[in-house]
Design a binder for this molecule. Structure first.
Ligand SMILES: [Fe+2]
Length: 346
């Protein structure tokens, strides 16, 4: 079960063009494309006539022509052509979903279209396209449930064991996190004073002394984790060297056991360094590949054993636990709206 009354990142903005992109989001098989004016469109990948995939058809202007019988649907879903027929029933529609491009990503809303308000986008993602920040974004696919990736990002003590070649240092596991949970707000913060700089930090900012490292992790339901990262040489304000970036993580469920992992890494230093951008892209891919391997191994165990059977917890499990209960509450509320007679426990 997935929350539907929310925005999901469906694609990097550069992936959506004048061709049909077929992609499953939260179990819905969809197609994405742009109108001639550049607006993103999200449509169910299914012709209502014979239930064949529209992705086997083609774009004609702003409309999609089914590859089977040539029935054509405008970008608002309206059928505008049935070959050989002059009258078209107004009921002859494909299903379209609200879609917007914002902050370097294309977002789709799968729930009640009347509630698809852009103010409900996770606002921290605005860092992805701020003028003073150099953008970087990419994606990977993980054969694991999206909540395992949320768990992963809300407990970064794992960096000290899984990511020592890039962003890990011993301090990240040894420094207790300050966990703040207030209503719908979940934050995990760590200030690591006078610690060894992780290898990727050295490559990115040229640190040659110990550093003071700060990380602040924020969760927005159902699947967003943004991390503010700042590091300066110990005892300085970073007058000479300062590393500052945001890690924007959008863990879009594809199916119950697969995830589209979209990420951004806008940085606030060394803006004109294109080589650094590619070095960071490679460093983040190496890091997330390490996560992918671990999460996929975990998912294969969870295919047979429920996560709820475990009986031991750490303090750091608080934040992922709260994130999961927030998502469950969201899904229960939606069930109550769509099935008012149902007792969902909310
Ligand atoms: Fe990780």
């Amino acid at each position: 079960m997935f929350a539907k009354d929310c925005w999901y990142v469906a694609a990097l903005a550069r992936e959506v063009d004048r061709t049909l992109l077929a992609r499953t989001i939260a179990n819905e098989q969809l197609i994405f494309y742009r109108t001639e004016a550049g607006q993103p469109v999200a449509m169910l990948d299914r012709c209502p006539h014979r239930l064949v995939p529209l992705s086997a058809g083609k774009l004609v202007g702003d409309a999609v022509q089914c590859g089977y019988h040539g029935i054509t649907f405008n970008h608002d879903g309206r059928c505008i052509k049935v070959p050989g027929e002059h009258q078209i029933s107004p009921k002859f529609c494909s299903t379209v979903f609200p879609a917007v491009e914002r902050w370097g990503f294309v977002w789709v809303w799968l729930g009640d279209p009347a509630a698809a308000d852009e103010s409900k986008l996770p606002q921290d993602f605005h860092w992805g396209t701020e003028p003073e920040w150099t953008p970087l974004s990419d994606s990977l696919r993980v054969e694991g449930n999206y909540q395992l990736l949320v768990d992963n990002l809300l407990d970064l003590s794992h960096e000290a064991f899984l990511h020592m070649g890039t962003i890990g240092n011993a301090a990240v596991a040894e420094t207790p996190a300050e966990i703040t949970i207030r209503g719908d707000f979940v934050q995990v913060a760590r200030f690591m004073k006078d610690c060894q700089p992780p290898k990727l930090f050295v490559r990115a900012a040229g640190f040659n002394t110990n550093i003071d490292r700060r990380q602040r992790i924020l969760f927005t339901p159902p699947c967003y984790v943004v991390i503010e990262v700042v590091a300066v040489p110990t005892g300085t304000q970073g007058e000479e060297r300062r590393l500052a970036w945001w890690v924007l993580n959008a863990l879009t469920p594809e199916t119950e056991r697969t995830t589209h992992y979209f990420w951004g890494l806008p940085r606030g230093f060394a803006h004109d360094d294109a080589e650094l951008t590619e070095m960071l892209r490679a460093g983040i891919f190496k890091t997330f590949e390490e996560d992918r391997v671990m999460i996929e191994a975990q998912q294969r165990i969870l295919d047979r054993v429920s996560l709820d059977t475990r009986t031991v917890y750490t303090k750091a499990d608080q934040a992922p636990g709260r994130a999961r209960s927030m998502v469950s509450a969201m899904i229960a509320l939606e069930a109550k709206r769509t099935h008012p007679g149902l007792d969902t426990g909310v």
